[in-house]
Design a protein around this ligand. Sequence first.
Ligand SMILES: NC(=O)c1ccc[n+]([C@@H]2O[C@H](COP(=O)([O-])OP(=O)(O)OC[C@H]3O[C@@H](n4cnc5c(N)ncnc54)[C@H](O)[C@@H]3O)[C@@H](O)[C@H]2O)c1
Ligand SMILES: Cc1cc2c(cc1C)N(C[C@H](O)[C@H](O)[C@H](O)COP(=O)(O)O)c1[nH]c(=O)[nH]c(=O)c1N2
Length: 202
Amino acid sequence: MTEPDSAASVPVDAAAYREAMSRLASAVHLITTDGPGGRAGFTASAVCSVSDAPPTLLVCVNRASSAFAALTRNGTLCVSTLGAGHETVAALFGGRTPMDERFAAGTWRRLRSEAPALTDALVSFDCRIVGRHAVGSHDVLYCAVEALAATGQADALLYSERRFRTLARAPRGGSDLAEPTRSARAVGVRPAEGPALTLRSA
Ligand SMILES: NC(=O)c1ccc[n+]([C@@H]2O[C@H](COP(=O)([O-])OP(=O)(O)OC[C@H]3O[C@@H](n4cnc5c(N)ncnc54)[C@H](O)[C@@H]3O)[C@@H](O)[C@H]2O)c1
Ligand SMILES: Cc1cc2c(cc1C)N(C[C@H](O)[C@H](O)[C@H](O)COP(=O)(O)O)c1[nH]c(=O)[nH]c(=O)c1N2
């Protein structure tokens, strides 16, 4: 073991942590919900796969977010993963914009729950919130994925160094999702009502 390099390290206050986190490149998603608690949504980078059996992801949401009450009341949400061309909707859902204006910037459909799924998202995960854990300013929402769909063909949208960037898609044939001519493919998620869980790539 070597001694800690005090010259190379900085105290970990919130500002230093954010500066460090700004160097990561993250996918960008819209988290949306609708139901008795109302329609709401926000932009999120803190989304992560937890398990494939059962399919589960997590979303970290600031409890001060205007969408927080609706999310917890409705108990369902949709994660719509954004692509190139979604920069404007990502900025609108990023805060301080009335909900109606946020939703007016996109076109939406429903999968299994009432949560709006962005029609041209790269992929949408329709989820039921099955657990919740408070950590600091945020709640970690554990979300069972009950339906999913993919129609968007755009390059991926990333957020890095406080800017949106894009990542070019893999060459055709690199994955099922990258193949635009393939017909709808069913995937192993518990069936919803009808075909909402198919991955549509054409
Ligand atoms: N996880 C989050 O809650 C999160 C993530 C990204 C951005 N934001 C918010 O969006 C706005 C713009 O952010 P930015 O990336 O341009 O600059 P920034 O300096 O505020 O944030 C840099 C990075 O730090 C992390 N971060 C920021 N705020 C956080 C928070 N409250 N809790 C946990 N992690 C946080 C994120 O990874 C972010 O990309 C800010 O208000 C920021 O708080 C929040
Ligand atoms: C690129 C990017 C990524 C994230 C965010 C912003 C941006 C621009 N924000 C912040 C979040 O979108 C915003 O604070 C909420 O919409 C709250 O704002 P309102 O209270 O609705 O005005 C955010 N907030 C959060 O709780 N979890 C997250 O993972 C993220 N990620």
